[in-house]
Design a binder for this molecule. Structure first.
Ligand code: ZN
Length: 460
């Protein structure tokens, strides 16, 4: 009995060990992750440059030739790093992308210092541990491992760690590289953030591969009025006109639409869920309107997958408490389905706003097409998911937020959200307080990405 228990425990240990790389590789990745988290790369107050320089030195020390390491960016504080690991050149390169900048974090908002990497209760804590320094540190550690092992890929493997993904402004590293040094990151396809593994009640259920994302745009609702003394009010009031337009917007819904990606997504999600929800999701995936209405009404995240959404996010108006307002305005943030257009959204918003309100586009980050369902990438992703986490299903997905993949997709370089890092569905802390990453998931993600890149770049 004791002996069989010992054998059983040993088997468990072996199985668990198979899901991570050897200790030395884990240690290296953790060390790099710590270095990244403790480097202040907040996109408004920080800089990616010191971190990029330290990483470049690390690659040099690991034996990468200086000619294969590029440091440069759109501004002195916005450096990007591109490192090329040479293969036989049989096939076009593969690009491994991650951003080094992070959303700002204030010490007083957190229960610990956001820029001190710490490990507690099975989690790594610190700004960037989920978004996006886990993946960035894994790319670095794994590329160094390939080099150490003398792995000879069939294609160059390029790691690009970039600035200002969160900023999204004029210093975006991927945008800058594509415009100024496209040859450095030109690839057959890219792997990036933009999809995650999903934990429900601590249990792994699905591993997403991101194929598309919604477009980001801002519109301005504006009403101007000649104003006057507030002691003699008139019905023609800028604030009331705006308020009425916003009330109509609150109850307006854009039509629901399934895309090639979301249809597969909902079909796969139906396999993960149970009971009535599973039935509804399966019917939704077949385009059943009643099921779509029902799901959209009960789940904000799933509603966002089904339609373009627009929501009021900022408000301004009036100039004195005793004057009729001469201006009332609101910012409307829209997330547009890849199959929808900004021109269509503008015309819908004009209708909703009515003739008292002018509607203009104030920000258009542009839409990007979905990446094709490449069989080589999808098969490798599914096979590895199956080997490492039996029972967990691979799910093609569309991100409702944005990522740098859009710059690549519009230029015809397919980009896939692939991480193999699992995050609690009901406790997403990216951009928020006490951001964290499950330690076990980090190391398993390291192995997953190691095997995925290896299988996509081995001689066939
Ligand atoms: Zn990110």
């Amino acid at each position: 009995m004791l002996r069989s228990l010992a054998v059983f425990l040993l088997t468990l240990r072996v199985l668990a060990a198979q899901n991570t790389l050897p200790d030395a590789d884990q240690k290296l990745a953790r060390q790099i992750c710590q270095e990244m988290v403790e480097s202040r790369t907040g996109y408004t107050t920080g800089s990616t440059t010191p971190l990029v320089e330290a990483l470049a030195a690390r690659f040099k020390a690991a034996g990468f030739p200086a000619a294969d390491i590029f440091v440069g960016g759109a501004a002195p504080k916005k450096a990007n790093l591109v490192v090329r690991y040479r293969g036989s050149g049989t096939r076009k390169p593969i690009l491994l992308l991650a951003h080094l900048d992070v959303v700002e974090a204030l010490r007083e908002d957190w229960t610990m210092d956001p820029f001190v990497f710490s490990e507690k209760d099975g989690y790594f804590y610190g700004r960037g541990t989920a978004d996006d320094k886990a993946q960035a540190s894994i790319w670095v550690a794994n590329l160094i491992k390939f080099k150490r092992e003398g792995f000879r890929p069939s294609r160059d493997i390029i790691v690009a760690l970039t600035a200002d993904e969160e900023g999204g402004g004029p210093f975006n590293g991927v945008d800058w590289l594509l415009k100024n040094h496209r040859e450095l990151i030109d690839a057959e396809f890219a792997l990036n953030e933009g999809a995650r593994g999903m934990l429900i009640n601590g249990k792994r259920v699905s591993n997403e591969i991101g194929l598309a994302e919604k477009g980001f745009s801002n519109f301005r609702f504006e009403v101007r009025n000649k104003g006057g003394h507030s002691a003699r009010p008139v019905p023609d009031n800028a604030i009331y006109h705006l308020a009425a337009a916003l009330s109509r917007l609150a109850t307006h819904s854009f039509p629901m639409e399934l895309t090639d990606v979301t249809r597969v997504y909902f079909r796969q999600l139906a396999k993960v869920e149970t009971g009535q929800l599973a039935i509804d999701l399966a019917q939704l995936a077949e385009g059943n309107q009643a099921a779509m209405e029902k799901i959209a009404a009960t789940s904000a995240p799933l509603n966002a997958m089904l339609r373009t959404t627009c929501v009021a996010t900022l408000l301004e108006g009036g100039h004195a408490e005793n004057a009729l307002p001469q201006l009332a305005a609101a910012n409307i943030n829209c997330r547009i389905l890849p199959t929808d257009t900004i021109a269509n959204v503008l015309s819908v918003l004009k209708q909703v706003a009515g003739d008292k309100v002018t509607v203009t586009v104030t920000k258009d980050e542009g839409s990007s097409p979905a990446s094709p369902l490449r069989p080589d990438v999808l098969k490798a992703f599914e096979r590895l998911t199956d080997i490492m986490w039996p029972g967990v299903i691979a799910v093609p997905s569309m991100a409702v937020g944005g990522s740098d993949s859009r710059y690549l997709r519009v230029l015809g370089i397919p980009s896939y959200g692939a991480q193999g890092l699992f995050i609690d569905r009901d406790d997403v802390r990216a951009h928020g307080r006490d951001e964290r990453m499950l330690v076990r998931s980090y190391y398993e993600g390291q192995k997953f990405l190691y095997e995925l890149v290896k299988s996509l770049s081995s001689e066939q």
